[in-house]
Design a protein around this ligand. Structure first.
Ligand code: ARG
Length: 467
């Protein structure tokens, strides 16, 4: 039986009609799964070598298969390979090119294999490589935040809750907060990699094979940690892709928070940060504009990362056991998540490396907003005042300062004594943003010594050589 393009169907013995051309166009995946070519070839070479050790192919045949597959790989990379919707997917393209060159030897490659376990294996190889690249990109971004933190180690900036001034913090402390979030994203990636790195090949279509194969041999060749132990599960499992999409989505959410924060900090109104001009864009009509488009796109790209995760979950929902063609729809989503996050990381790290705080502007604004109120309250607590009472006293003092339009430190002793009779000079040591930061002593706080320790920890963790 031949298909519409006149090619014999690879598995077409049973068919009396060629595939309808509309079905070919509807069901092809080669337009997007061609990016699995390297993984498919790696998997096929490992499979052929295994077939040879098991006597299902001769060693010489396996050598020929490997050699021709490498030739095909070279042609695909060079853009000299012809793709056609008539051959459905990348797996059939590569196998039919092999068969066209090697005849019956090529026709042996698919022994003890189904496209179901083949595509599952290819996708795992692909995700595994992507995970390693994403991890490297995240580490690079962490190093950019760490470098920035080290340059700004002594700088005190306003900390915000509800986007209202709250307590002063070291700029380095805030920058290291991103290192923490990204580290958890990396930990999640590593965890996802463990479950991704399990070999489906050898599961056949769903039930395994009656042929004497050696799955451990393939596992070793392809660097998988384990062989999947249930063929039905392995040929249809896409959890690993969902996990990767989830990690990408959550990382995207983290990066959207960072982008939003820096968009705000770099506004004319805040003026805390100066973004590198190479990472800003202008306006076609307003000559003065220097816009944070890169950060806006980072924020916006999180939407597609979240969308891809949702599409994958909905795709899997309610699927009957083992392979269903629906699973072909997993690829564009997971590919897009990988590409999107890689693109974001590619611009985020240099953007962070090129950004500076405006120290003058910060020095001028840090005194506003009564950032030291909590410090003063804790000073009172240290002198024996119950917390609720101390809170109320300092609240009254803030109201006084607000009414007069001054900082807490500008209130005279006499004035303060009207709200708190126990006022003494030692309490002045709690006032002022820098002193508020210096008085911190809890582990994980913004205290300069704690932040210096954390910088040392991150240098070790990220393999940054000591200065
Ligand atoms: N292109 C298919 C996919 O991506 C490959 C597996 C096809 N298997 C099948 N029995 N039709 O899922």
């Amino acid at each position: 039986m031949s298909d519409a393009a006149g090619q014999p169907k690879a598995w077409g013995g049973v068919f009396r009609e060629p595939t309808d051309a509309r079905v070919e166009a509807f069901s092809e995946s080669v337009s997007f799964d061609r990016r699995l070519a390297d993984d498919d070839i790696d998997g096929s070479i490992a499979h052929a070598r295994m077939l040879a050790t098991c006597g299902l192919m001769t060693v010489q045949e396996a050598d020929q298969v490997a050699q021709v597959l490498e030739e095909i790989r070279g042609e695909i990379r060079a853009g000299r390979f012809e793709f056609t919707a008539a051959k459905e997917d990348i797996h059939l393209h590569i196998e039919s090119a092999l068969t066209a060159r090697l005849g019956d030897t090529g026709r042996k490659l698919h022994t003890a294999r189904s496209r179901n376990d083949q595509v599952a294996t290819d996708l795992r190889l692909h995700c595994r490589r992507a995970i390693d690249r994403l991890d490297a990109g995240l580490a690079e971004l962490q190093r950019s935040f760490l470098g920035f933190a080290e340059r700004e180690q002594d700088l005190v900036i306003p900390g915000y809750t509800h986007l209202r001034r709250a307590q002063p913090v070291l700029a380095a402390h805030q920058l290291l907060a991103w290192c923490e979030k990204l580290q958890r994203d990396r930990d999640r990636l590593a965890d996802c990699r463990r479950r991704t790195n399990v070999l489906p090949l050898g599961s056949g279509a769903l039930a395994g094979t009656s042929l004497p194969i050696d799955r451990d041999h393939v596992r070793d060749s392809l660097g998988f940690d384990a062989v999947a132990s249930n063929s039905l599960d392995a040929a249809s499992d896409r959890d690993f892709a969902c996990e990767l999409a989830f990690v990408a989505a959550l990382t995207g959410v983290h990066l959207s928070q960072w982008a939003e924060e820096w968009i705000i900090y770099s506004t004319h109104e805040f003026g805390f940060l100066q973004l590198p001009e190479g990472f800003c864009t202008g306006s076609s009509i307003m000559p003065q504009k220097i816009n944070p488009d890169v950060l806006e796109l980072v924020r916006g790209k999180s939407a597609r990362l979240i969308g891809n995760l949702q599409a994958l979950l909905v795709l899997l929902k309610g699927l009957p056991t083992a392979y269903n063609r629906d699973l072909q729809e997993d690829k564009e989503q997971i590919f897009d998540s990988i590409d999107t996050l890689e693109a974001v990381l590619g611009v985020a790290a240099p953007l962070v490396a090129g950004t500076r705080f405006d120290r003058e502007r910060l020095a001028a604004t840090i005194v506003g907003g009564h950032l030291d109120a909590t410090s003063l309250m804790e000073g009172l607590i240290s002198q024996g005042v119950p917390q609720r009472t101390a809170h109320e006293i300092v609240g009254k003092l803030v109201r006084r300062a607000m009414t007069r339009g001054v900082a807490l430190a500008d209130l005279a002793d006499q004035e303060i004594s009207q709200d708190y009779a126990g006022w003494n000079a030692a309490l002045r040591g709690a006032l002022g943003p820098s002193r508020a930061v210096e008085r911190m002593q809890s582990f994980g706080s913004t205290a300069p010594a704690a932040v210096a320790d954390q910088i040392a920890v991150w240098r070790r963790r990220l393999g940054v050589a000591s200065a």
